[in-house]
Structure formats: structure tokens, C-alpha cells
Design a protein around this ligand. Structure first.
Ligand code: AHR
Length: 495
């Protein structure tokens, strides 16, 4: 078939850096994300390094995780950090009210989180408790984590075994304050943001960025009110958006075994991220036309029904080839908005929602989404090359989306191009005009595809969906021609 899909790369206008933090992650005290996922404790039979699962550490290091958000989510606004420091035998047990009522022993607290960040090379993003906490509790936490002076909280940290302060880069002022973080109106939250932010800056001495709690999906009024009343009281503003394949929060549909209708609607609803980010950014432009204030999508991903037989409050779901494509198209959108979107944190890193890794006892699988993060890590901190994409449509049930999605960036004298074919059944030929980039050869290429669009990796068959070397391309006279199999993602490196 002749190429009806064409991508033109505008090398002359490649200026914007893709902030590596777009490839950020999120670890909440929820289900088996922390306990049993990341943390098994030093006495566990599961191989571990000081209590952290060894296989998880290795898999996370491989991803070059730039930033990790913790301890929630909804959990953050119930969390009292002092419960999680000091001798483990003296730490109180707590009930995780939002997530299945689990009883937690607080063996994973501030030290364990911040040390994990150091071990995997990620910047910490702490979510402070505004919903049920106090300013005092927050500023004491700030002193505990970041002060190197002779003051009580820093000394308490030293007593607890850590001499040097940690390098905390981001502090969230509450989470979903419109919902589980306090059920507030934007007018009221704006005032709290001003109050908490003032002390966060004072006690933090400008060491970290303060993130204002952003809107619930397309609640543009929330963004408007916050920008009008508190733009100068934050260093970034967030937003949360989850993909629901059915569009119905009460009936999200299963993570596996779905048909083409839910494959299609999952992708279509994920593509809404473009409109969402554009509109929030337009509202921000009213108050910040220079785009100085970053927008952070600090929760995103597909949310399905839980796996049958698992605790509904633990949000444990499988992850399919569809979800890998959702990750790829979402990154392509974030790249296009690189000027405004400076961070994103997929929910979540292990065993929760669109996870990178799933565990069961001592077994672990890397999900299709993990592989996309790994294939896309070449774009971290690279220069975005704007693309003009002409593509055929992929139609299901009278609705259509583009069949092809793609992105490109350059770094260290090399150009990386990522292309996705969203079509469930047809291969797609794509001609990429690379003439202005003086590119003559492909250095490496890999492709992620699967027997079916709903294929996934199970504990028994962990390698059904995994990247392999890709060779279905040619480069001639400034045109790279790529033939992508149905439902696939490829990344090619050129010079
Ligand atoms: O990621 C799961 C939950 O989704 C988070 O705790 C909350 O912030 C959001 O509603």
C-alpha cells in the first residue's frame, strides 16, 4: 500500500525541551503499591535490599525515573508523617481509610521513601496533608526533611539515623482538594493555598517548587479561580485526568478480554488529554501569557475495573497492549505541550491502576506500559521537533481517531522518532520527511506489539508483550518509510 500517512519534522523550529519529569511516577499507600509491591521489609523471604524488593529496584532503575510522587493521592490528606519515623517497633499502626481499610504498620515512612528516591535516582515529590493536617505539621516535615541546621526537627532526623538533609524538589499543597482532599470550593482552597504556600516557602527557604492542587479533569473554572487568586502563591499548578474506556465511572469495564469497541474508546478518551491540556493552558494564559507557571499532570492513566477476586479498594488491574498505546499517545501529546507541561506522574508505579510492574508473591511482570516508558526514555530532556502529521482515520462504530500518532526529539546529535499505529487490524505505512535533519541512517529500532490489542503479560506468561528489534523501514533521499504492524509502538534512532 502507498503511504497515506505522512509526518513532516520541522527541524528549524526545534526549540522546546521535553522536561524529563513528564516521565514521572506516583507511589501511593494504596493496595499493594508500597507494602508488598515496593517494600517487603528486610526479614522477607523475597530477595530485598534493606526491605525494598530487589527485582522492583532493578526494574525501576532501568526506567530512569526522574521524579516520584508520594505518599498520595487521597492517602496524603490522611497521612501524619510523624507516625512513619523513628524506631519501627514504636511506629503506630494506622488504618488506610480511603483504600480498602487496610491496616498499615508505618514501616515505610519518610526515610524509606526518600532513601528509595536516592537509590533509583529520582527527585522526590512530597504531597503535604492539607485536608486533615495543619500548617505546623507541614512545616515541621519540611524542616525534618530539608534543614541542615541545629533545630529540633533536623536533630530528630539525625537521631533517627540520617545526618544530611534530603534534596526534596517538589511539594504538593494538598491533593484533589476538590474531592478526597477536603471537598473544597476553589475559592476556599485558593486561600488555603496562599496560607500553606507562604509557610512552605518560608520554612523551605525556596529549596523546592510548591505545587497548587489542580482541577478534576475538565473543571476549567477551578483553574481560573486559582490562577486569579493565587497564581503568585505557587510554582506550578497540577491537573488530574484518568481515561475511562466506557466514560462511566460506575462501570469502567475490565482491563482484559475487551472487544474492539472498548479498545477504540479507551484510545479516544486518552486522546482527550490534548483538549484538556490545551484548555487549562489557555485559562492559565489569561493570567500568565508567558507560560512561566508550569502545568503538571500529576495523575493520569487508564482506570479499569479491578481484577476479579481482588479487593475493590486496592485498584489492582491488568495492563494490555491498548494501555501501552495509551501511554504512547499521551506522551506524544505532552511533547506537543512541552512549553507548559513540565511534569506528569502516571498512576501508579506498582500494582495500582496503569502500573509499570505487577507482583504476586515473589513473582513480577513488566507491563506493556513499562515497555513504552522504557522505549520513550530517549526523549527525556531532549529537544522537541514539532511534527506535522497527515494520517488516515481509524474508524469504529461511526467514530474516528487518527490511525497514526508520533513524536520526535533530538539529543546528543541523534534524533529519536516514536510512531504508533492505533489501528486494531491494519498495518500502516508512514513516510517521515527527515530531509532537513540531514539524517541518513537508522542506528537502532525497536517495536512493541502483541498477538492481539488486548494481549497482556501474566505471571505465567510474562513476555507476551515485549519490545523486539524492528527492521520494517528504509531510509532513502531524506524520507524514512516505516511499516508499522497493527496496534504497535516503535522507536527509531537516527543520525
Ligand atoms: O490514583 C488513585 C486515586 O485517584 C488517587 O488517590 C486520587 O488522587 C485520585 O482520585
Amino acid at each position: 500500500a502507498g503511504a497515506q500517512n505522512k509526518m513532516n519534522l520541522d527541524f528549524n523550529n526545534a526549540e522546546q525541551t521535553i522536561n524529563k519529569n513528564i516521565y514521572g511516577h506516583f507511589a501511593e499507600h494504596l493496595g499493594r503499591c508500597i507494602y508488598d509491591g515496593i517494600w517487603v521489609g528486610p526479614d522477607s523471604d523475597i530477595p530485598n535490599v534493606n526491605g525494598y524488593r530487589k527485582d522492583i529496584l532493578d526494574a525501576l532503575k532501568e526506567l530512569n525515573i526522574p521524579v516520584l510522587r508520594w505518599p498520595g493521592g487521597c492517602f496524603a490528606d490522611t497521612y501524619h508523617w510523624k507516625d512513619g519515623v523513628g524506631p519501627k517497633s514504636e511506629r503506630p499502626k494506622i488504618k488506610n481509610y480511603f483504600w480498602g481499610g487496610s491496616i498499615e504498620d508505618n514501616s515505610f515512612g519518610t526515610h524509606e521513601f526518600l532513601n528509595l528516591c536516592e537509590m533509583i535516582g529520582a527527585d522526590p515529590y512530597i504531597s503535604a496533608n492539607v485536608g486533615s493536617g495543619t500548617v505546623t505539621e507541614m512545616v515541621e516535615w519540611i524542616e525534618y526533611m530539608t534543614s541542615d541546621e541545629d533545630i529540633p526537627m533536623a536533630n530528630w532526623r539525625r537521631e533517627n539515623g540520617r545526618e544530611e538533609p534530603w534534596d526534596v524538589k517538589f511539594l504538593g499543597i494538598g491533593n484533589e482538594s476538590w474531592g478526597c482532599g477536603g471537598d473544597m470550593r476553589p475559592e476556599y482552597y485558593s486561600d488555603l493555598l496562599r496560607q500553606y504556600s507562604l509557610y512552605a516557602r518560608l520554612y523551605g527557604e525556596g529549596k523546592f517548587e510548591r505545587v497548587g492542587c489542580g482541577a478534576n479533569g475538565s473543571d476549567y473554572n477551578w483553574t481560573d479561580v486559582l490562577m486569579e487568586r493565587a497564581a503568585r502563591n505557587m510554582d506550578a499548578l497540577s491537573v488530574h485526568y484518568y481515561t475511562i474506556a466506557t466514560g462511566d465511572w460506575n462501570n469502567k469495564s475490565a482491563a482484559t478480554g475487551f472487544g474492539e469497541d472498548l479498545y477504540f474508546s479507551g484510545l479516544k478518551n486518552a486522546l482527550f488529554m490534548d483538549e484538556l491540556v490545551t484548555k487549562h493552558s489557555n485559562v492559565m494564559d489569561k493570567y500568565d501569557p508567558e507560560k512561566n507557571l508550569p502545568l503538571l499532570v500529576d495523575e493520569w492513566g487508564i482506570w479499569t475495573d479491578v481484577e476479579p477476586g481482588t479487593e475493590p479498594g486496592h485498584l489492582f488491574q491488568q495492563n494490555s497492549m491498548r494501555d501501552a498505546l495509551i501511554a504512547a499517545v499521551t506522551f506524544n501529546i505532552f511533547h506537543q505541550h512541552a512549553e507548559r507541561v513540565q511534569m506528569a506522574n502516571i498512576a501508579q508505579v506498582v500494582n495500582v491502576l496503569q502500573a509499570m510492574i505487577l507482583t504476586e508473591d515473589d513473582k513480577m511482570v513488566l507491563t506493556p506500559t513499562y515497555h513504552v516508558f522504557n522505549m520513550y526514555k530517549v526523549h527525556q530532556d531532549a529537544t522537541y521537533i514539532p511534527e506535522l502529521l497527515q494520517t488516515v482515520s481509524y474508524e469504529v462504530g461511526g467514530e474516528e481517531i487518527p490511525a497514526v500518532s508520533g513524536t520526535a526529539s533530538k539529543k546528543d546529535g541523534k534524533v529519536n522518532i516514536s510512531l504508533s499505529n492505533l489501528d486494531a487490524t491494519e498495518e500502516q505505512v508512514i513516510e517521515v520527511d527527515v530531509e532537513d535533519g540531514n539524517l541518513t541512517r537508522v542506528l537502532s529500532a525497536s517495536v512493541l506489539t502483541a498477538p492481539d490489542f488486548n494481549s497482556y503479560n501474566s505471571f505465567d506468561e510474562p513476555e507476551t508483550v515485549k519490545p523486539v528489534e524492528f527492521s520494517d523501514f528504509k531510509i532513502k533521499k531524506g524520507v524514512l518509510t516505516v511499516t508499522l504492524p497493527a496496534h504497535s509502538v516503535a522507536t527509531l534512532q537516527l543520525q
